[in-house]
Design a protein around this ligand. Structure first.
Ligand code: SAH
Ligand code: MG
Length: 212
């Protein structure tokens, strides 16, 4: 979706600010080797998540949609040693691949993979709150419900971030339910008076909300 010039800027910025070690490179490529969708966030998105977490001193974070653990590694590394990332994944195969990624990255003690449907897991997770940071990157149709949960369970000054705000450009001209769901999510974020919302135009668009 990015035009050539924007893509060149993003690659330039990623080369400078989102340098990957072997563990990150392996996690990024893992979906190719395990017949999983290649839908990790981009390196610059990972660096953005880590930067946002560090900016608020995040210690307790939640991720919805683990895949192979790529974004999870970026997030876990932004936590202090006694910090915790709960990452929720519906597919046990993805969860298994992600676990191996977290071990390779040396962050497995800081990461708990919760296997199951995100909405059900969030119900259980609520007891561990409040949280500093929530990253939404699972099924688009539940984004609005995930946002509602985050708005309730973030601490004041906490941040919710959500991937794919642009839907590859289709948020402007929705093709189907997922694009429409993203529009509804963004409208909910914009009008939620518990949050300061915005979209950071990195990659496929990173929606963010700062809890008042
Ligand atoms: N955040 C990852 C990419 C996530 S891809 C990264 O950037 O590295 C989306 C993931 O969400 C997939 O692994 C998919 O299995 C999972 N998922 C989709 N719907 C879900 C649901 N309702 N509950 C939990 N996980 C879900
Ligand atoms: Mg995504």
């Amino acid at each position: 979706m990015l035009d050539d010039t924007r893509q060149q800027f993003e690659d330039y910025i990623a080369d400078l600010f989102a340098v990957e070690d072997d563990a990150l490179k392996l996690a990024h490529d893992a979906p190719d080797y395990h017949d999983m969708p290649q839908i990790n966030v981009k390196p610059q998105d990972g660096a953005l998540l880590a930067w946002l977490m560090r900016s608020i001193g995040a210690r307790k974070a939640v991720e919805l949609g683990t895949l192979a653990g790529y974004s999870g590694i970026w997030m876990a590394r932004a936590l202090p040693d006694d910090g915790k990332l709960y990452t929720v994944e519906a597919s046990s195969k993805h969860a298994e691949v992600a676990h191996a990624s977290f071990v390779r990255a040396g962050v497995e003690l800081r990461v708990e993979i919760l296997r199951g449907d995100a909405l059900q897991m969030l119900d259980k997770l609520a007891a561990q709150g409040p949280f500093d940071f929530v990253f939404i990157d699972a099924d688009k149709r539940s984004y609005a419900a995930y946002l509602a949960w985050a708005a309730e369970h973030l601490r004041p000054g906490g941040i919710v971030a959500a991937h794919n705000a642009y839907r590859g450009g289709h948020v402007l001209n929705p093709r189907g339910e997922d694009d429409q769901a993203m529009r509804e999510f963004l409208a909910a974020l914009a009008s939620d008076d518990r949050l300061h919302g915005l979209v950071i135009p990195m990659g496929d668009g990173m929606a963010v909300g700062l809890k008042k």
